[in-house]
Design a protein around this ligand. Sequence first.
Ligand code: ZN
Ligand code: ZN
Length: 379
Amino acid sequence: MPLIMHSPKLQRLRTVDHSSSSRLRVYQVWKGRNKFYCGGRIVFGPDIKSIFMTLSLILIPVIMFWVFVAKGLIISYSREGIILVVTSALLTAYIIVLLFLTSGSDPGIIPRNSQPPDPDDDSSGVSTDWGSSLSSAHGVPLTKNVYINGIVVKVKYCQTCMLYRPPRCSHCSICNNCVERFDHHCPWVGQCVGKRNYRYFFMFVSSTTLLCLHVLFSCSLNIRVVMNKHHCTPWMAIQQSPIAGMLIGYTFVICWFVGGLTMFHLYLISTNQTTYENFRYQYDRKMNPYNVGIFRNCMEVFCSRKPRSRNDFRALVRNDSPVNSYTGVTSDLEMGRRRGFDADDFEDPRNRIGHLGRLERCRTQPRHDHWEDRRGNWR
Ligand SMILES: [Zn+2]
Ligand SMILES: [Zn+2]
């Protein structure tokens, strides 16, 4: 009932809001370099052609395997041969789905502000101080120190997005967006890898390694069949079945690449680092405030809920606002303009996985010790 009592004012606001809305949707005026499809429902990075390149690098060898090698395996091993071929088909389908989940979704883009944040506004309720006397073109300090449970984290102002980047966020120069828990921009999937698609990315890379090993094993088995059939050397068998030989060479090389990448990301996951942090900060175990032990680090990546996108790409754009201010996430944006970023962003990383159990307070860093670039230079 109180809502109905206030309805005249509310209706007036709604009328203003409605009249100020255009027919344009957010994805049609998007400032980043993303490519949108299906009316803004699917969002790719700027280099969508690279996805087709990656797809062909996976599909062409697999199709060659099905056409030239699979038949020999089924004839020689009957049931086991069929299992090998069906497994390769299922694995390929799974990898394609993961590729599109990684490439075709919001990696964790933070919506831009239409105005710079107010430096005097400390409405976040979080203890902060200014880490730099230097000001940006917008007149706000370039860095800001954020106190997270006694740990000081320096956040940098993004002049393009007009916001203070939350911890672990970085601006991708290729996509031209600020991305949460930015890992890297992957040229193979043509998209940023961030908070919302890292899990899919890792599963894509590790599953591709499995497919490579699978095809490598199956083709080696095929060569063995030819050797037994003709009582010949491996080299002669490869001449008899050149496609199998070629696939062995191809998968052997690719295995080193994707297998190495899988191992590297397993290390990053177990120590709770992003690729960006690993290359930029190279912090040891004690300096990384996000490292809460292998088990919890892995749970955070594999078992945590996928965060909701901060963007409603299909929402209507408001005419009275110059950039990326739209009806769908207005309140979020307004809050963002005032605070730079949500209170969640200040949350201690151990609290973010609080559902995993009570975690002990990390004592690796005394208060006022700065967790920052060893070169003292945040980007
Ligand atoms: Zn930015
Ligand atoms: Zn990017």
